[in-house]
Design a protein around this ligand. Structure first.
Ligand SMILES: *Cc1c(COP(=O)(O)O)cnc(C)c1O
Length: 322
């Protein structure tokens, strides 16, 4: 594998932000354990979090391909679909959201997805048909008269993978600038693309940190397969230092329960950092449990996703009125 910076210099990229800061989490830290957080949530607002890194290389690939429209697969409250919708509109490419039919009223990211589209309405797929969504997307593409791309859930594509590699370089930049080195790094995983890119990126630089990946879909084998796949794409044979773990608290790939939301609120009060109910809010509660016997400098990657909080006004209001 060629060095990461050289590899990335050969890939067309948009100039979306790729540097996020890190800071301490004093309230979590003790003598043996110093906690830090990397604020990927500060990379933007509707276009924020680690996804900005994926879009950095995904959007140029669509532009180079002269695509005229793009089918965007995701949940109704998807930050990925909302962010991509906006970045595609910017480029004059027509977004066509293909969404899992929600059970709730129009709110949160879905409200902003729909408000961002003038004539187009999202196409909703019933939950029972959702396992076939890629087939549904393929036949939709067939029926289109314009050149159309299909973007899978979470922008899980090769073009997005290269952008995701920038996270490893940015962690190393943080370390150099703050003159510290991390012994442990925690990240959450949905499709696992971003976590795999971080493991492979740090591995290629010989970084000594051990990565702990919180698997929100709780499937170790699927993550191993994902990691091996991207390893072969990179032709990388560097040693990799990582482990996976699954939530000890609430299970399943769904938003937090009310007690989980209370932890998000407590964390914001302790640290000044809000987290989202699907990814980072799970990581901040699960990582300290997993790190019970860890020592040294520990970094939590805040992967973003805060705008999905707008879909949970009722729960948050309930906590507010206590
Ligand atoms: C998409 C997303 C993830 C997961 O990224 P994967 O590459 O699919 O594992 C994590 N956190 C947030 C906020 C996301 O939007």
């Amino acid at each position: 594998m060629i060095p990461l910076e050289e590899l990335l210099s050969q890939i067309p990229q948009e100039d979306y932000p790729k540097q996020s800061r890190i800071h301490k989490l004093p309230f979590l830290s003790c003598e043996k354990k110093k906690w830090f957080i990397k604020r990927e949530d500060e990379l933007g607002f509707f276009t924020s979090g680690c996804k900005v890194r994926k879009w950095r290389t995904l959007i140029p690939a669509l532009v180079l391909d002269q695509v005229e429209s793009a089918i965007l697969i995701g949940s109704a409250n998807s930050s990925n679909v909302l962010g991509l919708t906006l970045l595609l509109l910017e480029k004059g490419i027509k977004p066509l959201p293909l969404l899992l039919k929600p059970s709730s009223d129009i709110q949160g990211n879905r409200l902003f997805i729909e408000l961002s589209l003038r004539q187009t309405k999202p196409i909703f797929v019933e939950r029972k048909d959702w396992p076939e969504v890629e087939t549904i997307a393929a036949s939709l593409k067939e029926s289109m008269s314009t050149k159309t791309a299909i973007i899978p859930e979470g922008s899980n594509t090769k073009d997005a993978f290269f952008g995701a590699l920038t996270l490893a370089l940015d962690v190393v930049r943080n370390e150099k600038e703050q003159k510290i080195s991390f012994d442990h790094i925690f990240i959450d995983a949905g499709t696992g693309l971003q976590a795999a890119a971080l493991i492979l990126g740090l591995g290629s630089m010989g970084h000594k940190a051990k990565l702990s990946v919180l698997l929100l879909d709780e499937d170790h084998d699927k993550f191993q397969k994902t990691l091996r796949h991207w390893q072969s794409v990179l032709k990388s044979d560097h040693p990799l230092n990582y482990q996976t773990f699954v939530p000890k608290g609430q299970r399943g790939f769904r938003p937090l329960s009310e007690s989980g939301f209370k932890k998000i609120v407590e964390f914001a009060r302790d640290s000044g950092v809000w987290t989202d109910p699907l990814y980072s809010g799970r990581l901040i509660t699960e990582a300290p449990l997993e790190a019970a016997y860890f020592e040294g400098n520990i970094l939590l990657i805040h992967t973003g996703g805060l705008n999905s909080l707008f879909g949970f006004n009722d729960t948050l209001r309930k906590i507010h009125s206590g």
